[in-house]
Design a binder for this molecule. Sequence first.
Ligand SMILES: Cc1cc2nc3c(=O)[nH]c(=O)nc-3n(C[C@H](O)[C@H](O)[C@H](O)COP(=O)(O)OP(=O)(O)OC[C@H]3O[C@@H](n4cnc5c(N)ncnc54)[C@H](O)[C@@H]3O)c2cc1C
Length: 441
Amino acid sequence: MPFSAPWSRRDVLAALGASGLAAGCASAAGRLLAAEGGQAMRPIPMAEGGSVVQPRREVPVVANTQVLVVGAGPAGVTAAIAAKRAGAKTMLVERYGQFGGLWTGGLVLLVIGHIVKGGKQVCQGIGEEMMRRLEKLDRGICGRRPGVNPTVDAEALKYLMAEMIVEEGVDVLCHSWAVNAIMDGKTLKGVVVEGKSGRQAVLADQVVDATGDGDVLGAAGAEHERRVYNIGLPSRIALLDRVDKNASAKAKPPRNLGNISPIAGVNWVNMAGPDADGLDVRALSRLEMNHRRQIWKQVQEIRKAPGYEPVCLLETAPQLGVRITRILSGLHTLMMQDVKENRRFDDVVAVGGAWGCDHQEWHIPYGALVPRNVENLLASGRSISCEPRMADLIRVIPICFVTGHAAGCAAAMAVADGCKVRDVEVPRLQKLLKRQEAYLG
Ligand SMILES: Cc1cc2nc3c(=O)[nH]c(=O)nc-3n(C[C@H](O)[C@H](O)[C@H](O)COP(=O)(O)OP(=O)(O)OC[C@H]3O[C@@H](n4cnc5c(N)ncnc54)[C@H](O)[C@@H]3O)c2cc1C
């Protein structure tokens, strides 16, 4: 069935694995799958003294793929589409049930960093294709004009990314959190995922880490740095179109009104937040509590301003805004000096722009994606190899598109050529990227 067609009851049953109409919804709801319990089904952790011991156990292999992309944010979705278009059997693993990462789940709606001085757009390829398709969707994107940073709607984007992944024929495993790397010496062979189905193994010829936090590269023992950075929580406020303009004109406008979104009367509100370790769940838990309280109070303050009484909090992002955590120490580390000096690299695989569309383009070399000491692994998105001063340039959405695009193509080429990712022939990789409409300067 085409993904875009409306779902009938029969389609729903088929998707659930029920055989035809005979298996009605009522009986499917309580259908017995297995009787469990009474006796441990598999080796379980044992309390021993003050610690807990996990016994040795076999992990079922659920998939064996050529390219495995872990994480379905802007980098991961782009990498998976690129790898599949380049001819590799591709699987996309995601811990949540939706695509987009911080772009959707984190309500980071403003797309910055793809335009340079003079209004030229340098981030092209699959990310740009997504933006073009968003334009055709009802209230999918606003402010998409030459030289301007556009704002997207998260729901339109979730829908579109799922459409594109399904159209492409990428195999999807959602609700699966990559918790460990499967290694043969220094060679990555796949990942262990954990979810409601238990612990499972996914084997792969090549793996792209698109988790944002470098979870795979960390587990695989790739050299990397751990950094702290601001952690915030974006939100959306609504009913701004009902503000009484006569009343509001007489007073100073309230703070934290945010910026427009594609939906009339709805603004998205960014938050910087304090520096914290995005890999420390205690710290993350505290921030979840604090940030939601702060946002609620902010909105109550807005409502006290003359004319702003109707405004309400529409939603806080379901996902905390973690900006930077693990950063690969790759074959090449991108330096701010490279950007300032407009340095060109022979192994350029992506080109970045500027936050305020106000400076020149800068080049991203393939070496920034390749680990020094682990084989069969590529970094992408906000964890590629760069010095701390580069964090704000590499982590923005269009740069994640283009590094994801490069990683997906490189992984597929390594599979086709039967070589290590560090040995991929870069001129051929560049040709492949250009065929997929990437801009390389
Ligand atoms: C508060 C905030 C404001 C920002 N503002 C802007 C802005 O205005 N404009 C802009 O362009 N950029 C902005 N950014 C940056 C941008 O949103 C992110 O850097 C970008 O989304 C990173 O993309 P990514 O694909 O590398 O990672 P992410 O978007 O983080 O996606 C990673 C994906 O991997 C999944 N995942 C993570 N770990 C695992 C695991 N172990 N197993 C399986 N799946 C996993 C996640 O669920 C997610 O789907 C902002 C970021 C924040 C936090």
